[in-house]
Design a protein around this ligand. Structure first.
Ligand code: NAD
Length: 419
């Protein structure tokens, strides 16, 4: 049987951040014990018929961290290195993320240990439908609402929605978010995380006394989150001087032609084919002398090993746990302002909430309404975190955790979830 519980650096970061918040908030031991623990997790091993007629048994799981404030919400990741421990960490982040921006959700995450690129579309469909049936005792619009994550997208969400609808005997569009628009998906969901990051990053630049119109930025990772963020930062007047993906990046002090870079990627090309900029490694990108650094790739990119080399004045954490606790401490000493992941990348779950509400009510929003509402939520949440950081003389990460953990603790206590 596949070993799904492995050590996870991301889980260590999630627990460190929670433990510090619990201590600083002087949470009582019972509440601390409840909030630190995963509420529920389901591991499933299920067969999938491959195109050649053979069967392969896959392992998947769904983790629900805390449901005190509402149904569980979180992505479903298809990745060969996915572990239950990572899902626990990411479910915890989802709980705090929903709380810090004021959404009525608990945190969840799930995944399958699989390389989706190695599957045909029919194999992916059979895997997704079988997984949905296996997890269906946990899923539903008022219980647990999956969304896309790494390795999954609108098509997987459509199969999940259809499978759950077949079980129910009628369409249940609110059972997933990030669906295709034709079945109740939401205009703007794709760009929502990048849009939210851009909103708070621009605000953080201003708060650091930097005019966005004369600021420079580098973005690590050029996937859904990184590419949207780079384009929106440029639209806000910021000069994006470097971007990268897993194969390396490009740098030009004059600013990059992002449309050309996106077109290159869409055609299956690499940044190395881009003329008019210098090649650079991911390590070099992280240490550029710039105003804003936006890591949008992987966890633990800024650690004790490289934090002293970071030359940005503001960091907006697009990827979850991109800065680890040791990196955090070094950057705090150096006066770098970090907008933490649970705030910075919450735009995706905010717009998922809009999609869920739209489908529950069967009342469709007007075009453009979503972006304006998202902005309102992000600005309000940023201001609350910033004000708390200033009044308590703590970092924005600590302040965001104080707000989030206190809200979940209050919900847990008022419901009398433990005696
Ligand atoms: P994605 O798979 O679309 O893009 C990831 C990008 O990172 C790709 O360009 C990839 O080439 C690049 N990358 C991988 N390894 C790298 C490395 N070592 N150095 C530099 N770049 C590297 O994923 P995404 O949806 O853009 O998500 C990016 C991060 O943001 C993930 O950590 C994800 O968990 C987090 N996140 C995503 C969302 C969302 O709505 N998609 C919401 C919150 C958080």
């Amino acid at each position: 049987m596949t070993d799904v519980v492995q050590a996870s650096a991301t889980l260590a970061i999630a627990q460190h951040n929670f433990d510090r918040a619990a201590e600083q908030l002087e949470l009582d031991p019972s509440t601390t014990a409840v909030l630190r623990q995963i509420k529920r997790e389901l591991i499933v091993h299920f067969p999938v018929e491959m195109d050649d007629g053979s069967f392969h048994v896959y392992t998947g799981f769904r983790v629900q961290h805390n449901l005190a404030r509402g149904p569980a919400k979180g992505g479903l990741r298809y990745h060969p290195a996915m572990t239950l421990a990572d899902a626990r960490a990411l479910a915890m982040f989802m709980t705090w993320k929903a709380a810090v921006v004021g959404l009525p959700f608990g945190g969840a995450k799930g995944g399958v240990i699989v390389d989706p690129k190695a599957l045909s579309i029919t194999e992916r469909e059979r895997l997704t439908r079988r997984l949905t049936t296996e997890l269906s005792l946990l899923l539903g619009p008022d219980r647990d609402i999956p969304a896309p994550d790494i390795g999954t997208g609108p098509q997987e969400m459509a199969w999940i929605m259809d499978t759950l609808s077949m079980h129910a005997g009628h369409s249940v569009p609110a059972s997933v978010t990030g669906k295709p628009i034709s079945i109740g998906g939401f205009e703007g969901r794709h760009s929502a995380t990048g849009r939210g990051i851009t909103t708070v990053a621009v605000q953080a630049l201003r708060d650091s006394g930097i005019d966005p119109a004369s600021a420079t930025a580098a973005v690590q990772g050029f996937g859904q989150v990184g590419s949207t963020t780079a384009h929106l930062l440029a639209a806000a007047g910021v000069r994006v001087v470097a971007v990268s993906d897993s194969r390396g990046g490009v740098h030009s002090d004059a600013g990059l032609d992002l449309d050309a870079l996106s077109a290159l990627k869409e055609e299956g090309g690499s940044f190395a084919d881009y003329v008019g900029a210098d090649a650079l490694t991911n390590d070099e990108l992280l240490s550029l002398p710039i105003d804003l650094l936006v890591p949008c790739a992987l966890e633990a990119q800024i650690t004790a090993g490289n934090a002293a080399q970071i030359n940005a004045r503001v960091i907006a954490e697009g990827a979850n746990a991109a800065v680890d606790p040791q990196g955090d401490a070094i950057l705090a000493d150096r006066g770098v302002l970090i907008v933490p992941d649970i705030l910075a990348n919450a735009g995706g779950v905010v717009v998922s909430y809009f999609e869920w509400v739209q489908d529950l009510q069967a009342f469709f929003w007007a075009p453009g309404e979503s972006n304006a509402r998202l902005r309102e939520v992000m600005v309000r949440s940023y201001d609350a975190v910033r004000a708390r950081a200033q009044s308590e003389s703590v970092s924005m990460r600590e302040a965001a955790y104080h707000i989030a953990v206190a809200k979940v603790a209050e919900a847990t206590q008022v419901r009398g979830i433990y005696p």
